[in-house]
Design a binder for this molecule. Structure first.
Ligand SMILES: [Fe+2]
Length: 451
């Protein structure tokens, strides 16, 4: 390991040689001997020693304490003074100017060694601390988020991002006159007061509130704070993240989603109207089927998403009838075989109309399957059991109940009792037993009525 380089500052030659010999004995290199304050400064600049060992009483224009201060502050080199008299005024002054160490003459080698090692170590620690402090300052100063430190009375520190966020300068914010509550939106003051009371030493986490900047601009921030003890005082350290843009984007997104949802509902309603205008006898049929199917789905404990699928599919389940001639739809007598075939095409037609639309649920599939029966005797595919979507099995029951309860061109209304008897009769054959049970429970126990 390279030996530490030491500059001796001593104007008495014999004394300087003694000190040099002592330093060499204990393993240091003496890179030079300066004889005055000016000489010491010059040699420190040239040699950059690791440490300066300086006589406190020197001849010349620049006295030792001033030379030491210059060397220390300009070249960041630690200084050790040596002096014969512990009570000298110079030593008192040197102590006040923060020498790294001092040593009294006459000294032993081991005293010099330990004093130098302590001085070098202290210097290293001081440098590390300064480096850490610089890094910390740089991070805080350049942080994108607003950072502050405050006591209950006032701000102690704010970073540039805090000034930018609030529009106030650091000296305004940190002055005794500044009222912290001035920057909190009046409607959020109570919320913050409540949070401040309850936060304890752990501070607050991700709390959102509004602030009002100097030019009256309202901004939304997310706050994280922590309370720490500095010099026996509780200091709140906080970070405020400006989330105004993020919040506005979320709001715009929510509004456009709601608008899209409204447009979607209007489109669905237009489709319902399109079918029901051509088939006045089934006017309201799809809405009533949708309502009953949703009630059954809810009774069965289906998920929110599935219930929404039932609602949408129910409300347009007969959309395919749009392709069936008006005369057939409104025919007051029973249908011929060919007319029946045409009617039975409506699930497929409905599916073809809707299959390209990206519904959040399998609406087109549900509509395609709403005339399937669990024994496989339904249409168009003759699916059975679990091959049929649960939503379609629910709509099938709701559909027959509503249809039999209402008037049709070819027959009068048969009534709810006949409709319920029909699903009981074909429970487990045409209709899913769980769906039939849920439907019966609604009518028998929960007084459900078709609207
Ligand atoms: Fe149908």
């Amino acid at each position: 390991m390279k030996k530490k380089q030491i500059l001796i500052v001593e104007d008495e030659r014999i004394e300087a040689d003694n000190v040099k010999a002592s330093l060499q004995r204990i393993g240091y290199d003496v890179c030079g001997i300066a004889v005055s304050g000016e000489d010491a400064f010059k040699k420190a600049e040239e040699m950059h020693p690791d440490l300066v060992l300086m006589d406190l009483v020197l001849q010349g224009e620049t006295e030792s304490v001033l030379a030491a201060l210059k060397i220390c502050s300009i070249f960041n080199i630690p200084i050790i003074y040596f002096e014969a008299n512990e009570n000298s005024k110079k030593l008192e002054r040197a102590r006040r100017t923060e020498p790294f160490c001092y040593i009294l003459r006459p000294f032993e080698d081991r005293d010099v060694h330990s004093t130098i090692e302590v001085a070098l170590n202290q210097h290293k620690i001081k440098n590390n601390l300064e480096e850490t402090e610089k890094r910390y300052q740089s991070v805080v100063k350049n942080a994108h988020d607003a950072i502050y430190m405050m006591t209950p009375e006032r701000f102690q520190y704010v970073n540039p991002a805090f000034e930018k966020l609030t529009g106030y300068k650091k000296n305004e914010l940190c002055s005794e006159k500044f009222n912290f509550w001035n920057i909190i939106h009046p409607d959020d003051v109570k919320k913050i007061e409540k949070n401040t009371k309850n936060m304890g030493k752990n501070g607050i986490r991700n709390k959102e509130f509004r602030i009002v900047s100097k030019n009256k601009e309202v901004k939304i921030v997310k706050a994280n704070t922590v309370n720490i003890g500095i010099n026996k005082e509780v200091v709140e350290v906080g970070i405020l993240k400006d989330i105004t843009r993020q919040k506005n984007t979320e709001l715009e997104l929510k509004e456009s989603l709601e608008k899209l949802q409204r447009t979607f509902e209007m489109t669905i309603n237009a489709l319902v109207t399109a079918v029901e205008t051509r088939d006045p006898y089934t006017a309201g049929h799809q809405k009533r089927v949708s309502d009953l199917a949703c009630a059954i789905a809810n009774e069965m404990g289906l998920s929110k998403d599935k219930i929404e699928g039932v609602r949408l599919a129910g409300i347009i389940h007969d959309i395919g009838k749009i392709q069936i001639p008006y005369e057939i739809l409104t025919k007051p007598t029973h249908l011929s075989k060919i007319e029946s075939v045409m009617i039975k095409m409506h699930p497929q037609v409905g599916y073809d109309i809707l299959k390209e639309i990206e519904f959040p649920n399998p609406v087109a599939q549900i509509i395609l399957q709403h005339h399937e029966k669990i024994d496989g005797s339904g249409y168009p595919a003759g699916l059975s059991g679990d091959e049929i979507l649960i939503e379609a099995r629910i709509i099938a029951v709701a559909d027959i109940i509503e249809a039999m309860s209402s008037h049709r061109p070819y027959r009068p209304a048969l009534g709810i009792d006949a409709a319920l008897n029909e699903v009981i009769k074909f429970k487990g054959i045409f209709y899913d037993p769980a769906v039939v049970d849920a439907c019966l429970k609604l009518f028998h126990e929960k007084n459900y009525m078709l609207s």
